[in-house]
Design a protein around this ligand. Structure first.
Ligand SMILES: *[C@@H]1O[C@H](CO)[C@@H](O)[C@H](O)[C@H]1NC(C)=O
Ligand SMILES: *[C@@H]1O[C@H](CO)[C@@H](O)[C@H](O)[C@H]1NC(C)=O
Ligand SMILES: *[C@@H]1O[C@H](CO)[C@@H](O)[C@H](O)[C@H]1NC(C)=O
Length: 444
């Protein structure tokens, strides 16, 4: 969802769907939807502020160090032995620090919760449902939004306790309305082929500590809204949803890893309303126009606390723009592979800080779309002060990144900082982006 001023959206929705809303309200619980979510936002804001990292440059350095440690220089013999040839099956080919932490262990099914030791970047404190028991989803249906059936994904995510959610088998889950996830949950699709598709979106709103791992999210559509449960103690009327793949609103400590996403109605991933401490990694994005929106409103200054790491992703075929499109916050875009875009890759306005390091940018053939960056609705006299830096990026096919911001404003090139692994390594680092086909008792 993108809007110059988000309060207008509600009035727009009310005007457009007034007759529909009246019918719904008349038959609904009188709980005040807006009031309820406002109260929850007050609480989530405190969590978000606590998750905010006052020294984000140090976080980028930690991240880059971990990449160096996981991927030795190609000149070393060990590295050559691992990357060359086709002996993938026998050797562990996990190439980045997140994957290396778990994918080379045959017994990953017996230690699923080990994942929480693997997350890097701004979402590094995310533990999801690690403190809780396992919940096995056995039923792909989604027929009751208020009293969800035990065994369904919706029943799992509305629980108040921490849960590590896994899937009994491969399945396609078509959500009838938004899936509203409660705090402390891991959705772990490893070992099955789980599609969340052809229905409504995933919503992460006013919560914290969520992991979404190894699922395919695609062909998500907008939905009309209605009565939906969001926790054990509450359900209420929701207005229409946009049809993003995943919407993150006023939430913190979120990790999205090894997800494949394509063809949703609105954005693939939207992060708004002061959400922070987020890592989006190892994912594969294709066939979509508006890929990622970080901050939706020019007037929402609370987005200044937004801190997001976008790493080891493959931005693939059929993508048009916003990979990501940023406002206000601090964004570390590192070691991603951009193999196609139609308009631009990285953009934004409202003085976001964008640190682009060690990515590979392959520009499209269109000579008018070679620029990686796009500053929206701002005069150069103003954007020349925004800190947008490109370091170690590999520019192919005429791609170019227009940097801005004064050198001395950028603290992230402090002397003791390590340089990011350069863009020449990106193909290795992202080779396994997207949902994996992990088998029991085998390295994944
Ligand atoms: C890789 O090379 C860089 C400089 O070329 C060096 O600083 C770094 O320590 C090396 N890393 C490893 C793991 O050998
Ligand atoms: C899994 O295997 C590793 C060795 O690769 C071992 O150290 C670890 O204890 C095993 N974990 C479990 C839960 O069996
Ligand atoms: C899902 O999206 C793809 C395009 O990415 C399209 O070809 C396909 O028809 C869609 N499937 C359905 C069932 O809508």
């Amino acid at each position: 969802m993108e809007c110059p001023n988000c309060s207008n959206v509600l009035s727009f929705l009310i005007c457009s769907f007034l007759p529909f809303l009246l019918i719904e309200v008349a038959s609904a619980d009188p709980t005040n939807y807006e009031e309820y979510w406002k109260q929850r936002e007050v609480i989530s804001r405190a969590h978000n502020l606590a998750a905010y990292d006052p020294d984000p440059e140090v976080a980028t350095d930690h991240f880059n160090r971990a990449v160096h440690q996981a991927l030795p220089n190609s000149s070393t013999r060990r590295a050559l032995g691992e990357w060359r040839g086709h002996a993938w099956a026998s050797k562990c080919t996990a190439t980045n620090p997140i994957d290396r932490c778990w994918r080379c262990r045959k017994n990953w099914t017996r230690e699923r919760k080990r994942l929480v030791k693997c997350v890097k970047g701004f979402g590094h404190r995310t533990t999801g449902g690690a403190a809780g028991r396992y919940y096995v989803v056995t039923d792909p249906s989604d027929n009751n939004l208020v009293e969800p059936k035990p065994g369904t994904l919706r029943h799992a995510v509305v629980q108040d306790e921490p849960l590590w959610i896994v899937f009994a088998r491969s399945m396609v889950i078509t959500l009838r309305e938004e899936l509203i996830i409660n705090s402390h949950k891991t959705i772990d699709g490893r070992g099955a082929s789980v599609h969340i598709a052809y229905g409504a979106q995933i919503t992460i709103q006013n919560v914290h500590n969520i992991i979404i791992h190894n699922v395919k999210i695609h062909n998500i559509t907008n939905s009309w809204g209605g009565m939906i449960r969001d926790s054990l103690s509450h359900f209420g009327l929701r207005t229409a949803s946009d049809g993003d793949g995943i919407s993150i609103l006023s939430s913190s400590n979120i990790w999205i890893d090894h997800v494949s996403m394509w063809n949703c109605k609105d954005g693939l991933i939207d992060v708004i309303q002061g959400s922070t401490a987020i890592t989006i990694s190892n994912s594969h994005f294709t066939r979509h126009d508006h890929v990622m929106l970080f901050g939706a409103s020019n007037s929402y200054e609370d987005d200044k606390i937004m801190q997001i790491t976008v790493a080891f992703n493959h931005f693939g075929k059929g993508l048009v723009q916003r990979m990501p499109r940023c406002r206000f916050g601090f964004f570390h875009v590192v070691n991603n592979d951009y193999t196609h875009w139609e308009m631009y890759a990285i953009g934004g306005n409202m003085n976001p800080t964008i640190i682009s390091q060690g990515n590979r940018y392959i520009a499209p053939p269109n000579i008018f779309a070679k620029e990686v960056t796009k500053r929206e609705y701002t005069l150069e006299s103003e954007w020349q002060n925004w800190v947008w830096k490109s370091e170690g990026d590999l520019m192919n096919n005429g791609a170019f990144f227009i940097q801005s911001g004064k050198r001395n404003k950028m603290r992230h090139d402090r002397k003791n900082f390590i340089k990011a692994k350069p863009g020449t390594y990106v193909r290795r680092l992202t080779r396994f982006a997207g949902a994996l086909n992990c088998k029991r008792n085998q390295k994944c």
